[in-house]
Design a protein around this ligand. Sequence first.
Ligand code: SAH
Length: 344
Amino acid sequence: MKNIKDYDLDTLKKELELLGEKPYRAEQIFKWLYVDKVKSFDEMTNLSLELRDKLNKSYDICNFNIEKKLESKDGTKKYLFGLQDGNAIESVLMEYHYGKSVCVSTQIGCKMGCKFCASTGIPFVRNLSAGEIVEQVIAIEQDNNCKISNVVFMGIGEPMDNYENVLTAIAILNNNKGMNIGARHISVSTSGVVPKIYEFADKNIQCTLSISLHSANNKIRSSMMPVNDVYNIEELIDACKYYTKKTNRRVSFEYALAKDNNDNLENAQELVELLKGMLCHVNLIPINKIENGKYKKSSLENIIRFRDYLNDHGIVATIRRELGSDIDAACGQLRRKNIKQTKD
Ligand code: SAH
């Protein structure tokens, strides 16, 4: 059955027209779904019984079951949601000084094969629908009785490999008649699917584009991320420059530091050369250890030295606060299903 949350407002209007209804009905439904966040059509009391019946026959309201919830000592919460087809995905709630942020998954599994990421090695199953992406935010808001201010597309999956559904999810999250999360409060992270970055730039949505860079050197980057053999660093940087030209937005580069791999001053120097003159920000992350992973975290001393080198050479860089690593909720630790036994 079709999921009512898979449609942005304009498309929902068309769906309602097909049912012989006036477009303003779509706005009413949209409000019930994303402002009141009801779980059934029967609660939509300003719709006629007849329309509610029609909706019940044609659409599902995708509600997730919380299969498991883990809470870190820093307040971060990791959710394992059961989907209607029996699959499961992980999402994370993080608390920052500016508000609450949800990290959403976009696919069940991931095809990108990054060597340092826990989502690798688990077979890819399918894309998440737009409604399944949005529902992660709604379910977390409801479980915590709170309003989410930021959404980051940094969970399991490659957003640019599920481009259409991600765009629809952004449109739903962003709509001021619904969830009303500002585009500037939404970040989309990509391992570097260059053609999609151009398409995304042309949409000029004003989201933050995050690039998982991890090295300024093609040889090192290719050893960490197979996508670099398809779109190399130069092509990727050109696409980022285009993004900034089209949107006036600063691009954010993610750089996970691994001991003796990409964390020495020569690596920092190469990064400075690469990013010189760009409107950008570098987020340094101590690489998170994953099961059977070969990469080890850089020492804090090395990370600080790396950051200082960038800052001293005109590149704005900060060290990202690690959240949720004790519950395997930190960057790169999400899996399709948390099979590992974790103490609850
Ligand atoms: N596929 C997208 C989004 C998911 S990954 C992307 O690649 O950007 C979210 C972020 O976590 C990316 O920056 C990714 O490179 C990073 N990441 C993955 N594994 C990690 C690890 N073990 N330690 C630190 N960061 C990691």
